[in-house]
Every structure is written in C-alpha cells, then in structure tokens.
Write a protein that binds this ligand. Structure first.
Ligand SMILES: Nc1nc2c(ncn2[C@@H]2O[C@H](COP(=O)(O)OP(=O)(O)OP(=O)(O)O)[C@@H](O)[C@H]2O)c(=O)[nH]1
Ligand SMILES: Nc1nc2c(ncn2[C@@H]2O[C@H](COP(=O)(O)OP(=O)(O)OP(=O)(O)O)[C@@H](O)[C@H]2O)c(=O)[nH]1
Ligand SMILES: [Mg+2]
Ligand SMILES: [Mg+2]
Lengths: 293, 276
C-alpha cells in the first residue's frame, strides 16, 4: 500500500520544518516504484514524479501535519488534475446523426463497448442508435455486433464479409439518415499502431464520415507500450476520448495515466464487466485511487 | 548507490529505461540491477553490461524452456485458458493448423458458451481447418460441452482435442470456480485429462500478466504459456518474472492474426528483441 509506505518513509520528517530534496528522496523513490508497479510508463513516471517533487519542495511542514500525508495529498491532486482535465461527456452536439468511431488494438473490447454505448444511449439518453459492424476480418465479428444489437433491440447496419470498411462506414451514414438515427456507432477491427495499411484504413474511415467522437478503447492491463500505441492512434485520428475496459479486473490501470500523458484525451468511460450494462462514466478520483494502490 | 567508471548514473538510467519499458516490472529490474551492482568491477563498457543482462535473462528462460508438448495420449487434451481478449480462440485455430500439418487429427470444443458469437468464431476456424467443432447452444454449461467433446474426440479417434473457454479475469471468483469445474469434468471424461492446460497471455499486458499466471495456476494445473500479439510493439518482458516465479515454459508465440502466425518460442530471439 503506497500510502502506508509513504507514511512510514515520512515518519522521520515530523517537525522537520520544510520538505527538502534530501529528506523526500526516499519518498520520491517509493512513489516511482509504486507507479512502475502500476504499469505507468517509465517516462511518464519520471515526469509526474518531477512535478510532484517541484510542488513538494520548500513546502512548509506545519507541526500538526503528517508530512507523509501532505506528500500523498500533493501527489493525489496531481493525478486527479491530470486525469480530470477535459470534457468527459460524449460529444453528440452535432446535427444528427452524430458519429462515434471505435479504435484500438486487437481484443481491447471495442465491439463489446460499442454494444454498451448503444445500450446507454438508448436507455439513458433515449437516442435512436445505429450500430455499424466495420470489422470484416475477424471471424464472426459482424455476427458478434449483430448479436449484441439484437439483444438490446438496436438497429444494425447489414454489413457482410467482403465489403470494404470505408464503404460500409459511408453507406451506413446514408442508411442512418434514412432511418432517422441520432447516433451511429462504427465498430472497427483491432489493429496494431505499427500496421501502416490498417492505420491508413481507419484514417480513411475517419476522413470519409467525420465522426464527432473518436474513442480509443484500451485494456486496463496494458503495460508500457500504452504510450506508444495511444500516441500513434492520436497522431492518425486525433482521438477525442478514451475508454478503459476490464476495470473489473485487478490491474492497477497505470495505462490510464500513460494514455492521458500521450494524448491529453479525456477518459470518458470505464468497462466494468462483460455484460452490456457494466459500463460506467469515468470518475477521476476512483481511477487515481486505484493507480496509487 | 553503486558506481564505477562504467556503471554511472547515466548508464543506470539508460538500462532502467530499457528494462522497464520492456514490461519487466520492478521485481525483475531490481534483481537484474542488483546483479549489475555486484559485478560492476568486471564491466569495461556499457555494452559489456548489456551483454551481461542479456545472458542473465537468457539463463532464466533457458532454465524453464520446454518445447511444445508431443501428443502422448489419444486424444491429448489441451485446455486453453486466459483473460478476455488474450487470443485463445484464434490460437486454437492456429494450433489446429499446426497439428494438421503434422498429419494429426484435431477436434475443437466450443467451450465459450457465454460471449456473443464465440461459438460462430470457433466454427469459422473449424471450417478453415476442415476439422470438427463440438458445440452446444448458447448458455449451455461449458463443462458439459467439454465433457461431450472429450467423448466425441475419443470415439472419433482424434489425436488432439483443443478446448476453448470463455475469457475470464482471475479475480472473478465465480468464473474461476467455473474453470475449476470444467477442468474436473474433463478429467471425469478421460482420466488424466486435460494433459496440457495452456494460459494464453497478451504481450501488451503489463504486470497483471504475472497475477494472471499465478491465479490461473492456483485454480488449474497450468502447464505452459502461449504469448500472443508479439507482432506488435510490446516486448513481453513480464514473461521473465513469470519464468522466475512460476517456472512456466513459453511454448509458442503468436505473431499475427492468420492461421500460420504461430511460432516456437526462442529464448535467444526473445532476449535480443528485448534490447532492440
Ligand atoms: N471482464 C470484462 N471483459 C470485457 C470488458 N470489455 C470487454 N470485455 C471482454 O473482452 C473480450 C474482447 O472484447 P471484444 O469486444 O471482442 O474486443 P475487440 O476490441 O472488439 O476485439 P477485436 O475486434 O478482436 O479487436 C470479450 O471477451 C469481452 O467480453 C470489461 O469491461 N470487462
Ligand atoms: N496481431 C495479433 N492479433 C492477435 C494475435 N492473436 C490473436 N489476435 C487477435 O486478438 C483478438 C482477440 O482474439 P480472440 O481469439 O478472440 O481472443 P480470446 O482470448 O478468444 O477472446 P475472448 O474469448 O473474448 O476472451 C482478435 O482480433 C485476434 O485476431 C496475434 O498473435 N497477433
Ligand atoms: Mg471487435
Ligand atoms: Mg475466445
């Protein structure tokens, strides 16, 4: 538990007067190790710890305050500031149909999240939703989204294997307009950020339909590469929001910080299970608390 | 703080960046940097230190190395387990292809009766391989699918049975209980089965992969690992910690989404890639 470790480390700072480079050295090290154990990217850890150090140095330690708790408080504030920045609501403020594009690595949870988002929009916001299967590669990917759509009684574009994903996207917007859809959610195939062809494909989908929301879907257990993956997706697509999935697991979720540092995109939703209603709006304090451990 | 002319702060920083960004984790990096410190007088250059580190990592992987198992039973039963989205179903498709290329007859069991279109997905892999897929309707008890599949494979005279399971997170107690039941029921259908229980691990995972390996091993007798998505930019350094703590061999690596994208695990290639 980082809080306990820091409290123990800082016990000797009681009544020390001021936090100095020397007397917080051990606390800084504990913080660094804890963030690395939480899978926060190495460079992101360095930058964050540097920020915390700057704020902490020279801080007066009132006799009554536990310096460890104050140090933790500064750190927690920095985390919440990082994660809390930006508009966390979904951008549907466009002339309908608003288009949401799902993007991310293989297996991150895009298709399941598309279903969850449709369910949320239909039930909570009374929106008419069209789900669009644009993954023509993965076996039964189209079936998967069609099954989810049927389950929640939401319209689904009749994609077939062999169609071109950019073409599907364009035609689905026409279809959506004809069927008075408020929101169109386009599910795409998982892809590696280093796969030029596939990154071109998703960039072409974006250019063709101009989504108002481009959601980067990331697995909460993602490790160090979260920075590079997110940065490339962001460079190609200018992502507008992040969804962190599988948060019902026990991963600390440091990837959330890495992705935030790499893209500045607000974390909008959190996947909390396999079921269609296990989907939550993001709470910065909860994520921060979990990363801290 | 250790120091000599070669092992200075800059080198330590450089090495830590390489090791951490490869997803090796705090315990593995600490272990390696301690070794560097103990041996600091022997290093003449930064490259010396890197070679030393490569050797230490290689030793761990060579020690736990085991080639992909031979088929010793008829059918040899493989239970495929792992967290959601790791690549289990796709890997089964690739394994079937591998066995067929060796002249063996595989049967696949659609043990994920929960997720949307999971059975359909495995059936496509069955068609691609032209091999039998044993399945039941959605929502059926996965243990009964596994049980039926073992009996089917036996009566067909199949060489190998690959049992697919639903993805599950290791901290979800009821799902781990379900897995324990599937494992037990397979044993009821054929004594000694499953002969291999393979955990499929996504190379993009950070330290949670170690927790996965530990907790899945506590629930069932995990015999080996297949790591997927090594065609991406992730290095899979967490495998070192898994090797050290659990002694589990990495049998194969997934390097893509096509049927032939499965290769034997090579400790030397893996170590070289960590430092690229
Ligand atoms: N426990 C849990 N599982 C999830 C969550 N979100 C998705 N999953 C599961 O993760 C697995 C992968 O989900 P998919 O929706 O198929 O992922 P994907 O990104 O569409 O995969 P590709 O299309 O192959 O790239 C499935 O087993 C889902 O049920 C979540 O929040 N919690
Ligand atoms: N690039 C790459 N993608 C892979 C590899 N192995 C699997 N995938 C992809 O990862 C995604 C998830 O694969 P699945 O086989 O559905 O994973 P799973 O473990 O069966 O998922 P669940 O059953 O939902 O838990 C698919 O898009 C696969 O094509 C690999 O080695 N490389
Ligand atoms: Mg999908
Ligand atoms: Mg599967």
């Amino acid at each position: 538990q980082l809080t306990d470790k820091l409290e123990a480390t800082f016990k000797k700072l009681r009544g020390v007067g001021k936090l100095t480079e020397d007397n917080i050295k051990d606390g800084i090290r504990e913080l660094k190790l804890s963030l690395l154990e939480a899978d926060v990217n190495f460079k992101v850890v360095k930058e964050l710890v540097e920020k915390v150090k700057e704020r902490a140095l020279g801080t007066e330690v009132a006799k009554s305050i536990n310096p460890g708790q104050m140090f933790i408080k500064i750190f927690h504030e920095e985390l919440v500031a990082m994660l809390g920045e930006g508009d966390h609501s979904l951008n549907l403020n466009v002339r309908p149909p608003a288009i949401i594009l799902m993007a991310g690595l293989q297996g991150s949870g895009k298709t399941t999240t598309a279903g969850k988002l449709a369910f949320l929009l239909k039930n909570k916001m009374k929106k008419r939703v069209l789900l669009v299967p644009a993954d023509v590669y993965r076996p039964a990917a189209i079936d998967q989204l069609k099954t989810l759509a049927a389950k929640i009684d939401v319209d689904v574009y009749p994609s077939e294997v062999g169609m071109d994903p950019v073409d599907i996207a364009v035609k689905s917007v026409e279809y959506g307009k004809n069927n008075v859809a408020d929101v169109i959610i386009i599910d795409t195939a998982g892809r590696l950020q280093v796969d030029e062809e596939m990154m071109d494909e998703i960039e072409n989908i974006k250019k063709a339909v101009e989504p108002s929301e481009i959601l980067f879907v990331a697995d909460a257990m993602t490790g160090q590469e979260a920075v590079n993956v997110a940065a490339e997706f962001h460079k190609r697509l200018s992502i507008t929001g992040v969804v962190l999935t599988k948060m019902d697991g026990d991963a600390r979720g440091g990837a959330a910080l890495s992705i935030n540092a790499a893209t500045g995109a607000p974390l909008k939703f959190v996947g909390m299970g396999e079921k269609i209603d296990q989907f939550e709006v993001f709470h910065p304090e909860r994520i921060a608390g979990r990363i801290v451990g | 703080l250790f120091r000599n002319n070669v092992v200075d702060d800059d080198l330590i920083e450089e090495l830590e960046e390489i090791l951490y960004t490869a997803d090796m984790g705090v315990a593995t990096v600490s272990w390696l940097m301690d070794l560097v410190n103990k041996n600091r007088s022997q290093f003449k250059s930064g490259d010396d230190v890197k070679l030393f580190l490569k050797e230490k990592i290689r030793e761990v992987l060579v020690q736990t190395y085991k080639p992909f198992p031979e088929l010793t039973e008829k059918p040899t039963v493989f239970l495929m387990v792992g967290v959601n989205g790791a690549g289990k179903t796709t890997t089964i498709g690739k394994l079937a292809h591998k066995f067929i290329a060796q002249g063996k007859v595989p049967v696949l069991a659609a043990g994920d009766t929960f997720r949307a279109a999971a059975v359909e997905q495995l059936k496509v892999w069955g068609e691609r391989n032209n091999c039998t897929v044993i399945s039941d309707k959605d929502g059926a008890d996965p243990a009964s699918v596994a049980f039926n599949a073992v009996n089917s494979a036996v009566s067909k005279g199949a060489d190998v049975l690959l049992v697919d399971t639903a993805g599950r997170l290791q901290n979800r107690v009821n799902l781990m209980e379900e897995l324990i039941k599937i494992n037990r029921v397979i044993g009821k259908a054929k004594e000694g089965a499953p002969h291999e229980t393979i955990i499929v691990i996504d190379a993009n995972n950070g330290q949670n992969a170690l927790t996965q390996a530990k907790q899945f091993s506590e629930a069932v007798k995990v015999t080996g690992i297949i790591v997927t998505k090594l065609d991406g930019s992730a290095k899979g350094g967490v495998l070192i910690g898994i090797a050290k703590e659990l002694g589990l061999p990495v049998y194969l690596v997934g390097v893509g989404e096509k049927i032939e994208d499965l290769r034997p695990f090579d400790p030397n290639e893996f170590v070289d890639a960590l430092f690229e």
